[in-house]
Design a protein around this ligand. Structure first.
Ligand code: SIN
Ligand code: MN
Length: 290
């Protein structure tokens, strides 16, 4: 999938691109059908909401689930980012966020690159999120909110919040958010919230400020996030476990466009469980970064 000159200009200006209904209902169903069995597993890679059994986020399914392994090599998700960076990519993080009906908790204001820099020592912002909706996303089930153009600020100050939700995050203070929303147009476009049917895709810059509210609706809002990093920009520290921040910097090779519906073979290295090494963490910095 090639981006048009208009899309490239829009990405540069706004920091995100939205592709409503890019994947068909048949393709989305293959992924959605696999989620309940993954969420039911009692494994470290399923992070549950505080005080609840609902899964907030599932990590690394592309290493143990066939449909998600295929999604992780899907040209509609990978190729636009390769084009933007002019380089091959590796999978830095892969998550299936639940935001389940009635139980899905907030994601505070943050930039993803803040966490990738502070925790993983990723050298630059040459990494990108590509999200696909597995459920319809509407104003009620906790859609993502963006401040358009906020990626132009680069990395902003953040604090490590380990108490608001069940998942630690480097979050940005309200005063700066107020200022950036105002600068982006205040009530006239200072906040946007891409909404659409299951199968829609969002591509967003790693410095774009984003958040989402809780889901008090009766509708799940399951979405998959591929965090794709330029191979040359790989992380330099393994402070977080491998199931959260990956350490295999091998370039992703795409499958054909029909890969969600056809039976292409994929490698599932964690099919029989996570290796013990995936839980080992280290404060040491990789030598080549020095
Ligand atoms: C994230 O920012 O990583 C997740 C936000 C969301 O799923 O609403
Ligand atoms: Mn994020």
């Amino acid at each position: 999938m090639k981006l048009t000159p208009e899309q490239l200009a829009q990405f540069d200006r706004d920091g995100y691109l939205f592709f409503p209904g890019l994947f068909t209902p048949k393709e989305t169903k293959v992924l959605n059908d696999a989620v309940p069995a993954l969420y039911a597993r009692r494994e470290a890679y399923n992070v549950r909401e505080r005080g609840s059994d609902a899964v907030r986020t599932n990590f690394a399914a592309h290493l143990y689930s066939e449909p998600f392994a295929r999604l992780a090599r899907h040209p509609r998700m990978i190729e636009p980012v390769e084009e933007l960076f002019g380089e091959k990519l590796y999978m830095h993080q892969f998550k299936i966020n639940g935001k389940m009906a009635f139980e899905g908790d907030v994601w505070q204001w943050h930039q993803d690159y803040g966490t990738w820099l502070n925790d993983d020592l990723m050298p630059t912002e040459r990494a990108m999120n590509v999200a696909i909706f597995l459920d319809d996303v509407n104003q009620f089930n906790g859609p993502l909110m963006f401040i358009p153009g906020s990626h132009k600020k680069g990395v902003v100050d953040a604090k490590h919040d380990v108490s608001t939700t069940s998942y630690p995050l480097w979050t940005v203070g309200n005063d700066l958010i107020r200022e950036l929303v105002e600068r982006a147009g205040g009530k006239n476009g200072g906040l946007v919230s891409p909404q659409g049917p299951a199968g829609s895709m969002i591509l967003f810059h790693s410095c774009l400020l984003h958040a989402s509210t809780s889901n008090l609706s009766p509708w799940n809002r399951v979405s998959v996030y591929l965090s794709l990093c330029a191979v040359s920009n790989h992380v330099r520290r393994f402070k977080r476990p491998e199931y959260i921040a990956h350490r295999d910097f091998t370039a992703i090779e795409c499958l054909p466009d029909d890969c969600l519906l056809a039976d292409y073979p994929v490698d599932l290295p964690w099919k029989d469980g996570m290796p013990a090494s995936a839980l080992v963490t280290s404060e040491a910095t990789l030598k080549e970064a020095a």
